[in-house]
Design a protein around this ligand. Structure first.
Ligand code: ADP
Ligand code: ADP
Ligand code: MG
Length: 459
């Protein structure tokens, strides 16, 4: 069923990105919004806009009935969920399809099997993809889990099956900590994700985060190579790049084919990301989770392989077969994305929702800035702090870092504190320049380098 009118069930920069992709495909758009987002760029850009509730996400962007009503009232025949909010909600995907509307993503059942992190581990094992040593499925009995944790070897990670965005994770150094942290993690997961289920994983120390972009139409499956997202704060990515500078061609081939094997095993439909930890000392990689949606950092892949992933997703949901085969997908150059958040890096990343004053958007060769801003825009304090993503692409990694410095210097957002100074400082760091980082590298660096994080010039 060809999509002719697409409802965007999200907000911020990704809503803008979806509207752009739809518009280039000749598809009309409907933007749903909360009362706090009435003045958003996405509302301004979409063909139609429908208010679906108050600022609270629970009563707007997460309200399935409100979104479905807007879709029916506007006769939308497709819904794109973006990331976060309802993007990995299987009941939402089912409700959309039951209403005869195309869901731009996998089926509810695929989300059920891959979105629950414990069952996804099982699916990965069944497909022959290596996983981190840990529990088989969800922990039901704390005493059994304690014995298992001891046999895996401390430290262990206690993870929420429904977790996401770096939340719902605890590290236990020993059995006593395990006994006190596991109930806490369960309670947090219950209140954040509505599901208190936990599982265990061995802590892989000093590993890199490397993930593989895949696309499937239910019958054909390809990968679009990897992204490395090792620079993280509180287990959230802040700087992502493609390709990874840590992989040999041989490991790259094994890693990417394992992601395709998993996609094939579940008959995957849509865009997805298979996330791994990679230990560059042993050369081993371990599956950690699959995200059954578009990811924040998708533009670095678009840059190196020249594929519009959003357009591809919409076409798959319209029933078209994949437009690319594996042999067509060739990597060119190196891309880096940094997350421009409304946060003050000099003040422990305190959120800084303000009014955008004069702004200057970077441009020139190899520069892309996906954002939700305009002059005079008041950033609502109710949602996450991502304002935009600065993406650079160049022939080599070194040239991409130089381009990042140039573009980040051009970016001016008067009236706000943003994470831009962090990226200027990171781009000057010898370890970052050498690509010698891992998921626990950034946090201690931030402690030592706090003096480099104050914004220069106008505040
Ligand atoms: P990415 O790898 O695309 O960066 P993240 O895991 O950081 O993915 O999540 C992207 C966005 O989705 C963030 O805004 C995050 O807070 C949100 N998110 C991810 N998982 C969940 C979830 N299970 N429930 C609610 N929000 C989520
Ligand atoms: P989320 O759903 O929140 O994205 P992930 O399972 O993808 O959760 O893990 C987020 C981050 O937490 C990883 O990128 C990594 O930095 C860290 N992490 C997760 N599992 C492990 C592990 N077993 N050992 C070490 N670090 C881990
Ligand atoms: Mg993850």
């Amino acid at each position: 069923m060809k999509i002719t009118k697409l409802l965007v069930a999200n907000r911020g920069e990704i809503a803008v990105r979806i509207i752009r992709a739809a518009s280039e495909l000749g598809i009309k758009t409907v933007q749903v919004y909360s009362a706090a987002d009435a003045n958003s760029l996405a509302v301004e850009m979409a063909d139609e806009a429908v208010e679906i509730g108050p600022a609270s996400a629970a009563k707007s962007y997460l309200d399935i009935d409100a979104v479905m009503k807007a879709a029916k009232d506007t006769k939308a025949d497709g819904i794109h969920p973006g990331y976060g909010f309802l993007a990995e909600n299987a009941d939402f995907a089912d409700a959309v399809e039951a209403a005869g509307i195309a869901f731009v993503g996998p089926t509810g059942d695929m989300i059920r099997s891959m979105g629950d992190k414990a069952s996804a581990r099982k699916a990965a094992e069944d497909a022959g993809v290596p996983t981190v040593p840990g529990s088989d499925g969800v922990i039901d009995d704390m005493e059994v889990a304690k014995v298992l944790a001891t046999s895996i070897g401390f430290p262990v990670m206690i993870k929420a099956t429904a977790g996401g965005g770096g939340r719902g994770i605890r590290v236990a150094e020993n059995a006593e900590e395990f006994a006190s942290l596991a109930p806490q993690a369960s309670a947090e997961a219950k209140s954040t994700f509505g599901d208190g289920g936990l599982y265990l994983e061995k802590l892989i120390d000093g590993a890199r985060h490397i993930e593989v972009q895949i696309l499937g139409d239910g019958e054909n499956f390809v990968h679009c190579y990897e992204r490395e997202c090792s620079l993280q704060r509180r287990r959230q990515k802040v700087w992502e790049e493609a390709p990874s500078s840590a992989l040999s061609d041989q490991v790259r081939e094994k890693l990417c084919s394992s992601a395709v094997a998993l996609a094939k095993a579940v008959g995957y439909r849509g865009a997805g990301t298979v996330e791994y930890l990679y230990d560059d000392k042993s050369g081993e990689f371990y599956f950690i989770e699959m995200n059954t949606r578009i990811q924040v950092e998708h533009p670095v892949t678009e840059a190196i392989v020249g594929i519009d992933l959003l357009a591809e997703m919409i076409k798959i949901a319209s029933g078209e077969p994949l437009s690319v085969s594996q042999g067509d997908i060739v990597v060119r150059g190196h891309a880096i994305e940094v997350r421009i958040n409304a946060e003050d890096p000099a003040n422990n990343f305190m959120p800084f929702p303000g009014i955008v004053g004069d702004m200057r958007v970077p441009g020139g060769p190899g520069v892309r800035f996906d954002h939700m801003l305009y002059q005079g825009y008041q950033i609502p304090p109710f949602y996450d702090s991502l304002l935009g993503k600065l993406i650079v692409h160049a022939d080599t990694r070194e040239a991409a870092i130089n381009r990042l410095k140039r573009a980040a210097t051009e970016l001016r957002l008067d009236g706000l504190k943003t994470t831009t100074p962090l990226f200027l400082a990171l781009a000057e760091d010898p370890a970052v320049q050498a690509g010698d980082v891992h998921t626990k590298w950034l946090e201690p660096w931030l402690e030592i380098n706090s003096d480099k994080l104050a914004s220069k010039g106008d505040d």
